[in-house]
Design a binder for this molecule. Structure first.
Ligand SMILES: Cc1cc2nc3c(=O)[nH]c(=O)nc-3n(C[C@H](O)[C@H](O)[C@H](O)COP(=O)(O)OP(=O)(O)OC[C@H]3O[C@@H](n4cnc5c(N)ncnc54)[C@H](O)[C@@H]3O)c2cc1C
Length: 457
């Protein structure tokens, strides 16, 4: 049995009615990191996860430098490097007229700065390691962790200006289990339950603001394949293709270890609804690309599908909302609660990357919550500061990515750019240098950075 297939011992289940400094709902990257960072900050944390490890999460599996710096800080990097993974050295962009450009990530520059470039590895491994490490940190700090615990109710007290979240209720064994409901309370509840997080739903409901929005939610579909031509090694490019049949979405090929490739498609739900005929579902589009597309059918000629690896999911984008009722991209906090990662709708609207922002916001929560000052409840004023801080840090990047996402709908423009870049070596070099010259790792590894820089005014 592989290391990440072994059960994780999460210790004793606390009694119902127990109080903590912080409750974290969801043990994906955002929740594991939020639990670990708050425990490192001296809090007694309760981490609640409805899945039981090992558990899979549909994703492209690409983990950039923005994520890796947190992974390193939490002590998870050695675990990742000791398991099978793919080292990303470049990004290939392909267009619908079959032009391609490969942009190398400047390895020496990363190394000289002591930074990490990108990795790709299945989320079943990545999330396992983060959750395992978070469990150790939380338990060491006197907190508790429960797996297989589904939060089904968020406790809201008060009304009007005094309304606040004070805890959660839920049970083990799934929604229909006979197990009794357990309640837990805390001055702060962190919502990290992904795109349908009960805490983030409560935050928006209380304020009568929208939670879901098809214009800002993307459908994603993933499969694993072995032996895809051109992607047989354990180091090399990840590929993103803006092919006609997939526009306004994209088709990706992200190797995750030697010989295994994560193959998928993403498209805005509002655009998906407009598709007709063959383009009904992402799964059908993907099948067409693999079986019929003149380039890809050859690359998949000797490839084999990994059984049961097909899964669909949703990506809540961080694109700014038109006439937002309050905060951008969506209300993500209130008295007693903050949401992080997908629960705060923070996936990059162009690239589909969401792990990095989940980890960034997980850490950000520790800047806003002080267990001594907020022992009577995380106040509304601090919640507002968190939301302002969140948009100050991520808003520019998310807004630029939204512009780019909209530009990519223009097939001719994408074709023009990729063709030009593929023919002119200087453009590739320039892209690479632009990546290298940025001081922060955040800018260094945004696989989309050079693309944005060239296209946007
Ligand atoms: C097809 C696809 C491809 C993607 N590709 C990439 C990529 O290549 N790189 C990248 O960076 N991002 C990618 N993303 C986005 C990325 O997967 C998410 O942004 C990321 O998982 C967000 O982490 P999170 O911790 O906020 O939420 P999640 O990873 O969704 O974790 C939420 C956790 O909460 C738990 N939970 C949910 N409800 C409850 C409840 N009621 N009670 C208790 N627990 C609960 C869930 O079981 C889960 O473990 C992709 C997404 C999709 C769908």
């Amino acid at each position: 049995m592989e290391q990440w297939e072994q059960p994780i011992d999460t210790g004793v289940v606390p009694d119902g009615g127990s109080s903590f400094d912080v409750i974290v709902v969801g043990g994906g990257p955002g929740g594991s990191a939020a639990a670990a960072y708050n425990a490192m900050n001296g809090c007694r944390v309760l981490l609640l996860e409805k899945g039981i490890w090992p558990r899979d999460k549909p994703c492209g599996d690409a983990v950039g430098g923005k994520s890796l710096s947190h992974v390193e800080e939490l002590g998870v990097l050695p675990m990742i490097e000791a398991t099978p993974h793919y080292v990303v050295d470049s990004i290939v962009f392909g267009s619908s007229n079959n032009s391609e450009v490969r942009v190398m990530l400047p390895k020496e520059t990363y190394e000289a700065k002591g930074l990490l470039s990108g990795y790709a590895l299945p989320r079943i491994q990545f999330d396992y390691m983060l959750f395992k490490r978070a469990t150790e940190i939380v338990l060491e700090a006197g907190g508790a962790v429960i797996q297989g615990f589904s939060v089904n109710d968020v406790t809201v007290e008060g009304a009007g200006e005094g309304v606040k979240i004070v805890g959660v209720r839920g049970k083990t064994g799934g929604a229909r289990s006979e197990e009794p409901n357990l309640s837990f309370s805390a001055p702060l509840t962190i919502g990290a339950g992904g795109y349908n997080c009960p805490v983030s739903r409560a935050i928006t409901e209380v304020h009568d603001e929208p939670h879901r929005d098809d214009e800002h939610f993307c459908g994603g579909y993933r499969e694993y394949w072995e032996n895809v031509e051109g992607l047989e090694d354990s180091e090399g490019p990840i590929e993103i293709h803006f092919i006609e049949e997939v526009l306004p979405g994209y088709f990706w090929l992200f190797p995750v270890q030697k010989g295994v490739v994560n193959v998928g498609i993403g498209m805005l739900i509002s655009e998906q609804r407009k598709q007709k005929g063959m383009k009904k579902s992402l799964k059908q589009i993907q099948r067409w690309v693999i079986e019929e597309h003149p380039v890809f059918k050859q690359r998949f000629a000797n490839a084999t599908f990994v059984p049961k690896s097909q899964k669909g999911w949703q990506l809540p984008f961080g694109s700014p909302r038109k006439n937002a009722p309050s905060y951008q991209p969506r209300r993500a906090a209130m008295a007693g609660a903050m949401a992080v990662g997908d629960a705060a709708s923070l996936v990059d609207p162009f690239s589909g990357e969401g792990i990095g922002n989940a980890l960034v916001t997980a850490k950000m929560t520790t800047r806003h919550f002080d267990k001594k000052v907020h022992s009577e409840g995380f106040p509304q004023g601090a919640a507002e500061e968190y939301m302002e801080n969140l948009w100050d840090e991520l808003g520019k990047e998310l807004t630029n990515s939204t512009k780019l996402q909209r530009l990519m709908k223009r097939k001719r423009l994408t074709n023009w750019f990729i063709k030009k870049a593929s023919k002119k070596e200087e453009i590739g070099k320039m892209m690479s240098e632009m990546i290298a010259s940025k001081e922060s790792q955040e800018a260094l590894w945004s696989p989309w950075f050079m693309f944005k820089t060239l296209i946007l005014p």
